[in-house]
Design a protein around this ligand. Sequence first.
Ligand SMILES: O=C1O[C@H](COP(=O)(O)O)[C@@H](O)[C@H](O)[C@H]1O
Length: 223
Amino acid sequence: MHHDLEVLETPADVATAAADDVLRRSEAAVADHGRFTFAVSGGHTPWAMFAELARRDMAWDRVVIYQVDERVAPAGDPDRNLTHLRESLGSAPAEVVPMPVNDTGPGGLEAAADRYAATLPERFDLVHLGLGPDGHTASLVPNDPVLKATDHLVAITGPYQGHQRMTLTYPALARAARVLWLVTGADKQEPLAKLLAGDESIPAGLVRAQASLVLADRQAAGR
Ligand SMILES: O=C1O[C@H](COP(=O)(O)O)[C@@H](O)[C@H](O)[C@H]1O
């Protein structure tokens, strides 16, 4: 798929440009259909964008935030994406729909994943994605059976970097009206080049959406 690319000087510039884009998309979505559905990834890169958004004049009562992926770990654990999402948003009155990774009900984590899937909108106005040095995105990690999940919107991975994960699958990501990739740092240079070239050997290369914007810093873009 085609990706628009914007190269910014620093990671801070990427965060500011990302917040600008999210704000624009939220205003357009609210004007069009009354709410803004936004799915957000984990990792470190988006924290500055979330903090920047918290300072912006968003129509928070019209915003619903879903998680793209989450580590299976206790509530409040520093490895949990939700922990950092909430910390970064601070007192911004955002409605967050957390992935139920501590749901120990009947059917275990797979059933919890299906319950999360049932809460997802038919269309996300915006999905934020990151890019790992190994080319993973969301928790669609190399060689995991989750890459082949075509009949589930949300799935559970095997252990990866210390945790099983709950993740949106490719069919769920395909519900994105638009994807916003945030990619910073020299260790992302190789996977970013592959993503932009449409290389399907990396998990990120298999994401499909109606439109895609990559915001990268100079180090990741190799410029
Ligand atoms: O493990 C993960 O890493 C990716 C990339 O994170 P970043 O901080 O290097 O941008 C992230 O997008 C994903 O959600 C997360 O689970």
